[in-house]
Design a protein around this ligand. Structure first.
Ligand SMILES: C[S@@+](CC[C@H](N)C(=O)[O-])C[C@H]1O[C@@H](n2cnc3c(N)ncnc32)[C@H](O)[C@@H]1O
Length: 240
């Protein structure tokens, strides 16, 4: 088994376990679960709402790492949407949500290191808070897969952790370029993270022919005791 196959096999197991236990408050919630608090109206990540307001309707959209599909089902009201995730437990939640909301989505179980789609297939690729689950070297593979499945002129919309985010005290740094570590924060078996710098994002985009429309770093300086300072990038790019 190659190191990337090994990496994906262990991650799949961890995410399935996490989603199976998501009623337990001691485990991390996904972004969308944190947002879908009863009584709140927020159904799509604000950065997606803002970027998609600039894009035409009726796009062929792929969301990688779609989780339980909160973003995907909302996008499916105006676009043709496919969601991909390594967790079949998350995809089952997405299937139920799509049926409750009466929208059609295509759901595919798979990893983002080898996207099971032909080249130039999508008008838009969405990655909401899933690209940080990488090392610097595995990020190379994901970015080239993203560029491969996007048609020329297609959009890449993403949100990912930035280097302004604090590293948990218990994190174990691993030998890699930049900030890569294994964290046991909310993940009893450890999860691998990479925090991206602006120059790393620039390098990945340029190497894969993705041109910047917007890149913005959000910094949340309110150091909460558990997580410390938070920081993340949101970006909209276009394949040349
Ligand atoms: C923090 S959740 C984000 C879910 C959703 N995109 C959102 O914004 O709410 C990260 C998701 O990435 C998925 N994921 C992690 N590694 C993956 C991989 N190698 N291939 C595909 N999906 C992966 C996880 O299963 C999980 O659903």
């Amino acid at each position: 088994m190659s190191s990337i196959d090994q990496f994906i096999a262990t991650n799949k197991e961890k995410w399935n376990r996490l989603y199976s236990r998501r009623t337990d408050d001691s485990v991390a919630k996904t972004e969308s679960e944190l947002r879908s608090v009863p009584g709140t109206e927020e159904t799509i990540a604000p950065f997606l709402r803002d970027y998609f307001a600039k894009l035409p309707e009726g796009l062929e959209v792929l969301e990688i790492g779609c989780g339980p599909g909160i973003n995907l089902v909302e996008l499916a009201k105006t676009h043709r949407c496919t969601g991909l995730d390594i967790s079949k437990v998350a995809l089952e939640s997405a299937r139920q949500l799509a049926s409750e909301r009466g929208v059609e989505v295509r759901l595919v179980e798979g990893g983002f290191y080898q996207l099971p789609f032909e080249a130039d297939r999508f008008d838009c690729l969405v990655a909401s808070f899933c690209l940080q689950f990488n090392t610097w070297s595995s990020a190379q593979t994901v970015w080239s897969e993203i560029a491969r499945v996007l048609r020329s002129g297609g959009y890449f919309v993403f949100k990912v952790r930035s280097t302004s985010r604090d590293i948990p005290l218990s994190a174990e740094r691993i030998e890699d370029r930049g900030i890569t570590f294994v964290s046991y924060e909310h993940h009893e078996h450890g999860m691998t993270y990479h925090h991206f710098s602006e120059s790393e994002i620039g390098e990945l985009m340029e190497r894969n022919g993705l041109e910047k429309i917007d890149l913005y770093e959000h910094k949340d300086e309110r150091a909460d005791e558990e997580q410390g300072k938070r920081g993340w990038w949101t970006g909209l790019y276009r394949k040349a």
